[in-house]
Design a protein around this ligand. Structure first.
Ligand SMILES: [Cu+2]
Length: 161
């Protein structure tokens, strides 16, 4: 009798684990990041932008970005309001499966505010993207963004002039 009582809960625990694993796989989104770059700063400049192209296999929402190079990191949108260019923080950006979400100058971008030291051309800036699925599960994507000059051209091309 003792043997039976101790075995049944153990089996139940295994069954629960297997079910959780299956849910995890079904909700797994693969997020791809391409062309990640950060605009170089000049010594007196305290804020800059990070840009990239994002795609996902599942509907997910970019809700947060973290980086060790800035004290505050926000997701911003830029848009025309009348004849003025306005920039403001947004709570998140939705990724539609199969569509490229482009963060670019003049559009959505990651704002790095209060940079701890100037970021120079050729440096690598670590970014952690936090994305949330429809099931509220969060995934993190680590990105190494190349620092480029103000015009956004890759540094290799800069050297050709
Ligand atoms: Cu901004």
């Amino acid at each position: 009798m003792l043997f039976v009582h101790s075995t049944v809960p153990a089996l139940r625990a295994v069954a629960v684990c297997a079910a959780l694993t299956l849910i995890g796989v079904a909700a797994h989104a693969e997020v791809t990041v391409k062309e990640a770059w950060v605009r170089a700063t000049v010594p007196s400049q305290k804020a800059t932008g990070a840009f990239m192209q994002l795609t996902s296999t599942e509907p997910v929402r970019l809700i947060e970005v973290q980086s060790s190079v800035a004290k505050i990191v926000e997701v911003h949108e830029m848009r025309m309001e009348g004849d003025r260019m306005m920039m403001q923080a947004v709570p998140g950006i939705d990724l539609v499966p199969g569509q490229v979400l482009e963060l670019k100058p003049g559009g959505y971008h990651v704002m790095l505010i209060d940079v701890v030291k100037p970021v120079g051309v050729g440096d690598k800036v670590p970014l952690t993207l936090v994305l949330e699925g429809k099931d509220k599960k969060r995934i993190q994507v680590q990105v190494s963004a190349e620092v480029r000059a103000l015009n956004g051209k890759p540094s290799a091309q800069q050297h050709q002039h």
